[in-house]
Write a protein that binds this ligand. Structure first.
Ligand code: GDP
Length: 529
């Protein structure tokens, strides 16, 4: 197959949802269609049970599953589909944000009864900012839920999307009869069996035909006609270009558990979802069909086996082909590296591959060369833009609890930060280290892993910070900047990249600081150039 055809047949995407909306179930049904797994139950849920947050076994179990489900690839209708796993637990939200730098599109799963939930809002916002094409799947139609129109409204209002339903439910919950597929113009009747094949759908050329009454009964037929009329009147027609530009989001309804509405979703997805897209580097935009290889690290998975300090760096290929045993430039280190056993991922296994194409993910064994955001190329000095760091929500001093193991502790902290587990801030005043995280669970993960993988012990101490703000010296008023640095010294730190950060202890002091030093710009993310 030609290089161009290989690119054109790839679909790399992520499924995002609030926990429990049905992401794992949907993933599993997609894999069943792709023939990648034989039975339900094969995909393990990577969610963390609430009751088990302080159970270290649970953390390890979660890490094990997380590596196994990082990328689930399968072939469907000759398309190579790569599903990238996105943890739903909010303490791992940053992991998900980073994964979103590597997807070309997403499917958003929403629970019909719960509607738009907190985690969905955050994740969709990141996708919206990056104009990632999104398809919405409204799940659990076999249960009583919100009215379809109310729900579509909610999706538009809360998520700021412009939706257009490509399927529409006939009834819901106890009265759920099936789905009218606006995209294909046919009806799929719900039988409650978890097997769905193409023959189950019934083509409906004319919605006014009495056939419809025979199929679903008079009342349902009438209300379906009314609803579809309303859909046509209220929502714009599907526009593929608008979808690809992130300006319109098609909506499907179904029940992942019953494997219902999933085939429609998948068939539409492979038709409309984008193949690997161009990506912006700081230097220029790189097209996927450029011949020279380039890619970037979006995830690092470390030390699954504590005896071998080995890490797996996940690279998304942006352009060209990645080949085994070929030297590539590690741009940040300005040195060439080659890889003898790059891994490719399939639904149930990983294996060594000789060649990978744009859109694919390869896992590279690494002994500490990589950190998240690193770029690999065939020689050109490119730096792909990642997701900036956001202010963490929790801050604690980290102290060494075993003076004999200071080196191990520092190395451990360093590597865990490269992996993106948390953010490190070093205080300007005294060099003390402060760890910032999105969720309290991360502190336990760090403590546990420092001990088990690096042989180091740590304790934490509270450090009340309201927000971390990245400081920009505008150069407008050098005297004012010097004074700001002197007066606020106690609250200044450096992040891991050496950028100056102001750790405001309250929203009041943040406000006062901004008023007092107007020429010093405070930013809530690390990227502001
Ligand atoms: P995740 O946290 O988003 O990965 O959600 P899961 O896929 O683990 O699903 C959460 C729960 O909802 C599980 O108990 C599923 O069996 C259930 N579930 C998923 N899809 C459906 C559906 O279509 N109908 C019903 N009734 N339950 C579902």
């Amino acid at each position: 197959m030609e290089f161009k055809d290989e690119i054109a047949r790839r679909r790399t995407f992520g499924i995002i949802s609030h926990p429990d909306a049905g992401k794992t179930t949907l993933t599993e049904k997609l894999l069943l269609f792709g023939g990648a797994i034989q039975e339900a139950g094969a995909v393990k849920s990577n969610k963390i049970k609430k009751s088990a947050t302080s159970d270290f076994m649970e953390i390890e179990r979660q890490r094990g599953i997380s590596v196994a489900t990082s990328v689930l690839a399968f072939i469907y209708q000759n398309k190579k589909i790569n599903i990238l796993d996105t943890p739903g637990h909010k303490d791992f939200a940053e992991d998900t944000f980073r994964t979103l730098t590597a997807v070309d599109s997403v499917i958003v799963v929403i629970d019909v009864a719960k509607g738009v939930e907190e985690q969905t809002e955050k994740l969709v916002e990141v996708c919206r900012m990056r104009n990632i094409p999104m398809i919405v799947f409204i799940n659990k139609l076999d249960r009583e839920g919100k009215d379809a129109f109310d729900l579509l409204d909610e999706v538009e209002q809360k998520l700021g999307l412009q939706v257009t339903p490509l399927s529409f439910p006939i009834g819901m919950g106890y009265d759920f009869q099936g789905i009218y597929n606006v995209f294909e113009k046919n009806i799929n009747l719900f039988s409650g069996q978890s097997k769905q094949s193409i023959e189950d759908t019934i083509a409906i050329d004319d919605l006014n035909s009495p056939e419809l009454e025979k199929l679903i009964g008079e009342t349902a037929a009438e209300s379906l006609r009314d609803n579809l009329e309303l859909v046509e009147g209220v929502y714009p027609a599907f526009d593929k270009e608008a979808y690809l530009a992130g300006e319109q989001q098609p909506v499907f309804f179904g029940s992942a558990l019953n494997n219902f509405g999933v085939r429609e979703l998948l068939d539409c997805f492979i038709q409309i979802a984008p193949p690997p897209r161009a990506k912006a580097a700081e230097e220029r935009v790189v097209e996927s069909d450029e011949k020279k290889f380039s890619g970037f690290v979006f995830k690092i998975h470390a030390n699954m086996d504590p005896k071998h300090r080995d890490r797996l760096a996940f690279i998304k290929i942006v352009s060209g082909t990645f080949e085994r045993n070929t030297p590539y430039l590690h741009v940040r280190h300005d040195k060439k590296l080659k890889f003898s056993s790059p891994n490719a991922f399939f639904a149930e296994k990983k294996e060594i591959v000789d060649i990978s194409y744009p859109g694919d993910i390869v896992g590279l064994h690494d002994t500490g060369n990589f950190k998240i955001g690193d770029t690999l190329t065939e020689g050109e000095k490119l730096n792909y833009k990642g997701i900036p760091s956001f202010s963490p929500e929790h801050f604690r001093y980290i102290n060494n609890a075993d003076p004999m193991k200071a080196k191990q502790l520092n190395k451990g902290i360093d590597q865990l930060m490269d992996e993106g587990v948390a953010q490190l801030f070093t205080l300007e005043l005294n060099g003390r280290k402060v760890i910032g995280t999105v969720g309290a669970l991360q502190y336990e993960v760090i403590q546990y892993r420092l001990e088990h993988e690096y042989g180091a012990k740590c304790t934490y101490e509270n450090f009340p910070v309201h927000k971390a703000c990245w400081v920009e010296d505008t150069g407008e008023n050098p005297e004012e900047f010097a004074e700001f640095k002197r007066i606020k010294q106690k609250f200044l730190a450096r992040d891991k990249a050496g950028q100056l950060v102001f750790l405001a202890d309250s929203s009041f002091s943040l406000q006062m600081t901004q008023q007092k030093y107007p020429s010093v710009k405070l930013h809530f993310t690390s990227e502001f150039a």
